[in-house]
Design a protein around this ligand. Structure first.
Ligand SMILES: [Zn+2]
Length: 438
């Protein structure tokens, strides 16, 4: 091909019109589009995710009831509510227990869908028990279903950290980049120091999402009840810590010129059980004919031996201050009963009542004294509701959101961090009112 001919061919190709999707585009333009499409197709997904510059710090205070701020002196939470958003009350998932709910917050799934259906349970498929105090179970990913927010973030290129968050300790699955394995009684201020250290690191090592956990006021209110001088003392101390955290985050955000959002929430509330309001299952059933008992006051799961199911169900149905369901007949708003780990019968004490497996005696022969507080009841029972406060660049100020379910928090966090959420049970419409346009 001579020079003229070569040049003519080039001109012809450059000026030719090519029909793509009903549009006539020049060859030059279409070549650019093809190159762009190929380029985009081979880009890793994380290029598109986390495209904003928001940081989120989530603190869970176990068992902090929705109305403590009206009963006790909580000036720091009140200030966060004025400068940010709060929900009237945060509805737990059923059962309103610690492990199921922290993992519902992390995954946006009801316990029936994420598999942590109680603080302790038996899985018939793998023939293994799960207990929250059993490290080998807690660290085994076989028990943890669904996709937690740190997995969503990690797969889309965002760094995360967890300090004692339920579900973040399993070893084989995608876990937070930085994490601390649970130790009870660990000093809260020391946890806070580590959170601040994580934030102070260079940008490439700084987690965009940090989730951390305080085990109070759950412990004290289990023992003394939600309305007690002991619970007051702990709630007010926690409020002071919230004030310290808020100030330190504000200072760090200013120093590093980054957008830090603070979310303070709880997994459930706490109900009061007056002295003597107890039902004992061994007064009602022949427990020798029950193969397995899981859960704990006020929600107990029973697996009767074959031939005893109907009789046990009838006896429990006639007992006072208890409700009993076969797992396939749970109330629809419980969103509970399909997971294989849920036993055949679910027993729940009435509100303000407790249910125990058997009478317990102390070493001196006297009756064991049970705690004055419990949680685990129907999620629509207001005593079971927790808190949700949020403050920072993405949140509206002085905004009060009507009650929503904690399964909606996963989608909210994903939205703030610019992540594509996994399918979940949450309702973004129920939480989006708290957000500014950002
Ligand atoms: Zn809890």
């Amino acid at each position: 091909m001579d020079k003229w001919c070569e040049a003519k061919t080039q001109v012809t190709l450059e000026t030719a019109k090519i029909k793509i999707g009903g549009l006539f585009l020049s060859y030059k333009m279409s070549k650019r589009i093809i190159i762009l499409v190929v380029f985009l197709a081979f880009l890793p997904g994380w290029i598109f995710a986390g495209r904003n510059d928001q940081y989120v710090v989530v603190l869970s205070m176990d068992g902090f009831r929705w109305d403590y701020s009206t009963i006790y002196h909580t000036p720091n939470l009140d200030r966060i509510a004025r400068r940010g958003a709060k929900v009237v009350s945060l509805m737990s998932a059923y059962p309103s227990k610690t492990f199921p709910n922290h993992y519902s917050i992390a995954t946006g799934l009801y316990p029936d869908h994420h598999g942590i259906i109680q603080n302790n349970f038996f899985d018939p498929l793998i023939d293994r028990s799960f207990r929250m105090s059993d490290r080998s179970a807690v660290e085994d990913s076989v028990f943890w279903e669904g996709e937690a927010i740190w997995e969503t973030a990690g797969m889309q290129g965002l760094r995360t950290a967890s300090y004692f968050w339920v579900g973040s300790e399993s070893n084989e699955r995608y876990h937070p980049h930085d994490r601390k394995l649970f130790q009870s009684g660990f000093p809260y201020l020391q946890q806070m120091d580590t959170v601040m250290y994580w934030l102070s690191r260079p940008e490439e090592l700084r987690p965009r999402l940090i989730m951390f956990y305080f085990d109070q006021p759950d412990l004290v209110s289990h023992e003394y009840g939600p309305i007690s001088p002991e619970t007051r003392e702990v709630v007010e101390r926690l409020d002071s810590l919230v004030g310290v955290l808020d100030k330190r985050l504000k200072r760090e955000a200013r120093k590093l010129k980054i957008n830090i959002n603070l979310v303070i929430l709880s997994d459930h509330g706490m109900g009061h059980i007056p002295e003597g309001n107890r039902v004992f299952l061994d007064d009602i059933l022949d427990l020798d004919r029950v193969k397995r008992i899981n859960g704990g006051n006020p929600v107990i799961m029973l697996e009767p031996e074959s031939g005893y199911l109907e009789e046990a169900y009838q006896k429990l149905s006639q007992a006072n201050h208890l409700k009993v369901w076969k797992r396939e007949a749970m109330p629809p708003h419980y969103h509970y009963g399909t997971h294989r780990r849920i036993a055949q019968l679910i027993v729940e004490a009435d509100s303000s009542w407790g249910v125990e497996i058997n009478h317990r005696k102390r070493k001196d022969g006297r009756e064991f004294t049970y705690g004055r507080g419990a949680h685990g009841y129907d999620p629509t029972n207001l005593d079971m509701h927790g808190i949700f406060y949020a403050k920072g660049p993405v949140f509206r100020r002085k905004y009060v959101q009507p009650t929503f379910e904690n399964v909606s928090i996963y989608g909210l966090l994903a939205q703030i961090l610019g992540l594509k959420p996994a399918p979940n049970d949450g309702n973004f419409d129920a939480v989006k009112g708290m957000l500014r346009k950002f």
